[in-house]
Design a protein around this ligand. Structure first.
Ligand code: ADP
Length: 218
């Protein structure tokens, strides 16, 4: 069993954070904070947070740090025994928020996924997500509208922000604002880089190696 209990998933949109995060969560019995999914739920439910976030997300822009931080603080208060962060932190301010918030257990591993931009563009334009359970699949492997997850009667949809022009804005934001976090966590001795361009099974094998603690000194 892995010694890691507080794991950040870092990487560009559609790099496989969600897919790998789900498997790691099942393996280690840890809850996942998916900020993107929480924001989309808030938009569907038309909460104040959702109404404020919607304009940013549909344009491919990051939502303001303060909004994300209140979401994370609320989630963290209920999830104190280990966690996986998928999509947080995305800015230096958010990373500093983790460092400076005593109630949050500090990360002990950062899995950083590298995938070339061209591969990401293929992935987002074929990506489909369930409107009920958030299962993610691709039109390359499954082309029906019904969610393939057992017991779920949700429908698959293409996210607004997965349109190519919106994706390119997201990718630009990612490079500029999230890219520097690779060095930030490398300098803390927490970063393990993973080749996310491989098949999901092979990515998972590398994730398992990282969880065994072969490649990180922390
Ligand atoms: P992806 O992994 O494909 O980028 P997500 O579902 O994680 O998709 O995020 C979708 C959108 O939600 C982001 O483009 C951004 O607008 C917003 N978002 C999610 N997490 C954050 C964050 N930590 N900081 C700012 N914006 C965020």
């Amino acid at each position: 069993m892995s010694k890691f209990k507080n794991i950040i998933l870092l990487g560009p949109p559609a790099c496989g954070k969600g897919t790998q995060g789900k498997r790691v969560a099942e393996l280690l019995q840890l809850p996942v904070l998916g900020t993107g999914n929480l924001l989309r739920k808030a938009i569907d439910q038309k909460t104040d947070l959702g109404l404020e976030a919607e304009g940013y997300i549909n344009k491919g822009l990051y939502v303001p740090d303060s909004l994300i931080e209140s979401l994370v603080a609320e989630w963290s208060a209920q999830n104190t025994e280990g966690w996986i962060y998928d999509g947080f932190p995305r800015t230096q301010t958010q990373a500093d928020f983790i460092d400076n918030t005593a109630e949050i257990t500090q990360p002990d591993l950062v899995l950083a996924f590298d995938v070339p931009q061209a591969d990401l563009e293929n992935r987002v334009t074929s990506r489909r997500q369930c409107d009920t359970c958030d299962h993610v699949t691709s039109t390359f492997v499954y082309d029906k509208e019904e969610c393939p997850e057992a017991g779920c009667d949700g429908k698959l949809y293409a996210r607004n922000d997965d349109a190519l022009d919106s994706f390119r804005v997201r990718y630009e934001q990612y490079e500029k604002m999230t890219g520097p976090l690779f060095d930030f966590y490398r300098n803390k001795g927490l970063l393990v880089e993973i080749d996310g361009s491989q098949k999901p099974e092979d990515v998972y094998k590398d994730v398992l190696k990282a969880l065994e603690g072969d490649t990180v000194s922390a």
